[in-house]
Design a protein around this ligand. Sequence first.
Ligand code: BDR
Ligand code: CA
Length: 306
Amino acid sequence: MEKRPIIIDTDPGIDDALAIAIALFSEELDVKLISTVAGNVSLEKVTNNALKLLAFWEKDIPVAAGADRPLIEPLVDASDIHGATGMEGYDFPEPKKELLLEEHAVNAMHRVIMESKEPVTLMPIAPLTNIALLFTMYPEVKDNIKEIVMMGGSASRGNKGVMSEFNIATDPEAAKIVFDSGLPIVMAGLDVGWKALVYPEDSEKLLKMGKTGEMAYCLFKKYRGGTFGTGLKMYDSCATAYLLCPELFTVEETFVDIELAGSMTRGCTVVDLKGYLKQMPNAKVCTDIDGEKFRKWFLEYVGRCI
Ligand code: BDR
Ligand code: CA
């Protein structure tokens, strides 16, 4: 099978780790580059975490560090959710530092995209700062990008603000550049993540499923303690799930804009499902997910990891 080339832009991050694992061990995806961006914790920490994960999986994928802060505002991280290092609760091997490129992530993405024979898919599961910089500095990459399949935004409520989701609200200006890019976008947002749950009985299965499952169990038990017993939300794995099994989702093509000015809603994805704004669609928005099928899919794909 011809593998689909992808770049994962990420801020690991507990749920990032699982989304990356599934992509790396899938037969369908060819991960060309992992680029990191400040988000859940600082750039230095998320880059270190990516290198630890690759050491853990013994995978030699190049890593490039990108933006250390959002375009305009200072970083407000999510260490309250992901722990001080972003990925605590498991005894990882030392980071595989030799995988870290000297190039900035934006330059590395540019090179990988321009060198690829097949159009590349971008899978951002973090604030969109690197992607916005890429499109601004190197607009020519757009001709060799197949689509952007992201975890971010929400068609309903938020988790950073009342109406705003973390990845978008951390860098709303970057999100605006990406949604205005003219490229095909798939948005798997927070509200589908709320239904992409791993239940306690699934967590017990994960624990016995090999070292990736055990690692996930330990990370989730430590830092998602509250939801460990009620259902863990696999936000970032929704982007991987869309790439590997799009039939899990209900999708609507619609216009999405980013609220930049709102005094209470800055960073909100304004998903215009009813066409009030009279704009052409610029995104496929996942409006629902089959939670039962997602559970099965998730366990099956984590089972393919070591
Ligand atoms: C998103 O925010 C981060 O904390 C998670 O890793 C995910 O990408 C969910 O809002
Ligand atoms: Ca993330």
